[in-house]
Design a protein around this ligand. Sequence first.
Ligand SMILES: Cc1ncc(C[n+]2csc(CCOP(=O)(O)OP(=O)(O)O)c2C)c(N)n1
Ligand code: SF4
Length: 536
Amino acid sequence: MSSPGGERLFLSGNEAVARAAADADVSLGTGYPGTPSSEILEAFDECGGRARWAPNEKVALEVGIGAAFGRARVLVTMKQVGLNVAADPFFSAAYSGVDGGLVVACADDPGMGSSQSEQDNRNYAQAAGVPMLEPSDSQEAYDYAIRAMEVSEEWNIPVMLRLTTRICHSRTVVETRNVAGPTLEPDFGRNIEGRVMIPAHARPAHRRLREKLKDIRRRNEESDMHFVDPGDGEPAIITSGVSYAHARDAAPDAPILKLGMTHPLPMDAIRDFVRQHERCVVVEENDPYLATHIRAAGMDVEDKADDFRFDELNVGRVRAILEGQQEEEKEDVPPGRAPRLCPGCPHRKTFEVLDERDAIVTGDIGCYTLGALGPFRSMDTQLCMGASIGMGLGLRQVLPEEKARRVVSVIGDSTFVHSGLTGVVEMVYNTPPTGHTVIVVDNGTTAMTGLQEHPATGKLLDGTPSEQLSIEGVAEAMGVQNVDVLDPLKETEKLDEALQKAHDSDETTLLVARRSCVLARKKARRREREEAEANA
Ligand SMILES: Cc1ncc(C[n+]2csc(CCOP(=O)(O)OP(=O)(O)O)c2C)c(N)n1
Ligand code: SF4
């Protein structure tokens, strides 16, 4: 896989991370799709890497930790909220450390172009005690992915590569280089004290982690990952990630301290810079992560006003921050056209039926969330992946009987596998007095994030066949009393009747509304054509 380097390529940040992983001989890439991170593993596959979609981010990270215990180089990818799902192993892996190299590429979505929250994952690196590198363009995405692997291997610690939407999707020139491959062969050596995180082992592991972080910080002080762009303008700027590019354009004459490793922070280097300038402004997207930690270290730096905490930054907004503007002038932006389900989308019929039935719908995340908007307006709740079933059960437990019977949980096939299964266990275990009804809207793909495969499609990331998880089989095995599969378009009446029957009974029901996504069908036909051409 590794290349001699020296190529000049025009890559997105996601492609640059994938190319770095291929050049660094990463043994395994695993993750769960989520905008803006999804293309990393797809591009890694195209570079010849071994890339796999896991059922969810927690499993992906656990697979990654296992492989890194086996001394391999591993890349794990996810979007920012994915780390909420994977947080448990993330915190513990910081204690246990790893034997190979483990890089967690985690992509934040400032402005929430495709997310339900504007969560700033830099706080996770700090909270878990995991070193973090923040690239500011595709070249740095390439270089820092390699650096992150080196830091991970040198200190035996997972490392977070923190990306944001602009970095993931913007293309800039990348020069590849010859990257040293792993020095260790995959192997497993017993280390029970280091890897079994019972309290007696975790207490010294926590102390070891804090010592490691002190050493990494000392190394970071000397590192070329932070540098000063000299200038004689005022104010001086401290920044990182994509904000560096905006700051450079907004204030070309200003001295800028650009940080690369932002956990643990090189506080001595920052202090030196702050001492030399009368007025220092921290420019960063979303949370005041840098500003808070720099101030906590006793330095007097200016922070952006609260108004600038929301959404992505751009050159104009950075100028306003540097001028000390406290409130942002809001432009009247005409509302864009609301997104809609595609014509012929299989989810449409299900929502028409639910609308006619006046169901109370606890929903989930996917294309089908558009059932909450016009013309259907028939989804009443949506919080995070997998929440539909638990929330439906909660309502069923407390509502008066007639209303409780109207509650239906709607969840997509990818989301069902990701985090719906334990909701079904709750439904079977703590069945509400009126029972409960779940509809799995199975369109045979992860449509919302770009038509990725998942365990219930029976195909791996690259389209090769794999064991297919049966949604109805799992539901039956878990003890759901009534399980049925139907085509929402061809069997609309049957769907309505099944919902009526479920409404009137006190039993648990799971209906699989199965019909392929129109775009997934097109993609499958394209793939078949390409395969036929290749074999001709
Ligand atoms: C924890 C988490 N991981 C990933 C995502 C990104 N994401 C949103 S919906 C979704 C799955 C959509 O697939 P499916 O449930 O099958 O519905 P479809 O879009 O195909 O209708 C994903 C991966 C997310 N929002 N949260
Ligand atoms: S991409 Fe597929 S699932 Fe999503 S709206 Fe279009 S047809 Fe429906």
